[in-house]
Ligand binder design. Structure first.
Ligand SMILES: [Zn+2]
Length: 426
């Protein structure tokens, strides 16, 4: 199948507008990681876009150079529904309960969530009688949110939308945004919108994957076209200050391979959790290019080793399947060159993805119950961030002799005999 190469390269740093960005990693031409193909789409050529990562010496932001138009990335059939991960639901619920207690939220408060998806977070506030407003550009998840009583605007959050809500008298006590800041093309406009919509004594609580974890654990498959920025505390501090906001408190989380929960306010009141992380980044060199220099060699080694492992197992007559048709799975499979000739299918809980095909490598997506029906000897775990949850759920597969292959931080086989002392998920 022929492929279309597309270019929409950015010229300047997404935060500080610096024009000279230092290259860190080149993943080559990749399909859109969430662009799962329907049967009809299989007949058409696939689009591929360059995926290059660069570092800004001025503000320390790590970013990709390509900006795929959001209409192409987050279309009507955008397949991500947050509620399909039980561990993520529990994480969201706890974070909502903490906020309700800490901020003494009640019937007079307003909680606004940016990228509210299917209402997985806001429903916890609704249960407590707290008014909410979700904002999300994907119609499918937004409609699912409305069905469970979460008021949702189906739109992109911009400074214009923020101004409109403020004009309607809708300012927020709490603005939540989980795994969205890295996705927005107009980073500064998005943060300016947060500054506008937040009450003077309000707090924005934002979760982003942490660059430090990405680099140290070599989580390169979390780099894809939807993720434009890869944040350090140093870069975030630059970003918020530009808009009169202060990153006062930071909490490190295990979610998505290592994340930060940021607490941002309109008044400076620095907590040691912020100052300590900022100082550690400086001390360890994260604010300079050499810190990132061996990253691309480590990434290439994972791709090479995983391909050797999987193709070797296949050549020896083993059947191999994979688990987790997530965006990171698309990147891992395409980067390592593992296609439908090596892996029979990818399983995923999300019914919206089942029946479709992973882009680029053209591997069909099926329901997870296929694993026990087939009992293939090897299963490549693409969603390594959910290792603990999936190994527990697929306990029976492992008892019957099934082995998982975990690609990150280096390819490793989890033997069935190791059931009692299997390595725990991070
Ligand atoms: Zn910059």
């Amino acid at each position: 199948m022929s492929e279309i190469e597309t270019r929409c390269r950015t010229a300047r740093c997404r935060i500080c507008q610096e024009q000279t960005l230092a290259p860190v990693l080149d993943l080559g031409h990749m399909p859109l990681s969430d662009g799962f193909l329907s049967e009809a789409q299989l007949a058409s050529p696939e689009k591929r876009y360059p995926l290059e990562v660069a570092f800004c010496r001025t503000c320390s932001l790590v970013q990709i150079l390509e900006t795929v138009p959001p209409e192409e990335l987050f279309c009507d059939d955008y397949p991500y529904y947050a509620s399909f991960s039980t561990s993520w639901l529990a994480h969201a619920r706890q974070s909502a309960l903490d906020l309700i207690a800490e901020r003494k939220l009640g019937a007079d408060s307003l909680v606004v969530e940016l990228a509210s998806n299917d209402g997985y977070l806001l429903k916890n506030f609704v249960e407590h009688g707290i008014p909410v407003l979700g904002i999300d550009p994907a119609e499918g998840p937004a409609e699912a949110a409305r069905r469970i009583g979460v008021e949702t605007l189906c739109d992109f959050f911009t400074t214009d939308l923020a101004a409109r809500l403020v004009a309607e008298g809708r300012q927020a006590d709490v603005v939540c945004g989980n795994n969205v800041l890295a996705h927005v093309a107009d980073t500064n406009g998005f943060v300016a919108g947060i500054a506008a919509i937040l009450k003077d004594d309000g707090v924005a609580v934002i979760e982003v994957p942490y660059l430090r974890d990405l680099i140290e654990h070599c989580e390169f498959d979390t780099i894809y076209h939807e993720h434009l920025c890869y944040f350090s505390v140093t870069a975030l501090d630059h970003l918020f200050r530009r808009h009169g906001l202060y990153l006062n408190r930071v909490k490190r989380l295990a979610s998505h391979g290592g994340s930060l929960r940021l607490f941002i306010e309109k008044h400076e009141n620095r907590d040691p959790s912020f100052s300590d992380l900022l100082a550690a980044e400086r001390a360890d060199g994260m604010t300079a290019l050499p810190f990132y220099e061996d990253f691309s060699h480590r990434v290439e080694a994972i791709g090479r080793d995983l391909h050797t492992l999987v193709s070797g197992l296949k050549a020896a007559g083993n059947r191999i399947v994979a688990y987790g048709a997530a965006a990171k799975g698309t990147i891992m499979l395409n980067f390592a060159g593992i296609d439908h000739t090596l892996v029979d299918y990818v399983m995923d809980m999300n019914v919206h993805k089942q029946g479709k095909t992973v882009p680029g490598v053209r591997i069909p997506i099926v329901a997870p119950d296929q694993l026990l029906a087939d009992q293939p000897p090897y299963c490549l775990l693409l969603v390594w961030n959910l290792k603990k949850e999936i190994l527990r759920a697929q306990d029976e597969y492992r008892r019957r002799g099934g082995r998982f292959i975990v690609p990150i931080p280096r390819p490793e086989i989890i033997e069935p005999a190791d059931l009692s002392n299997a390595p725990s998920a991070r």
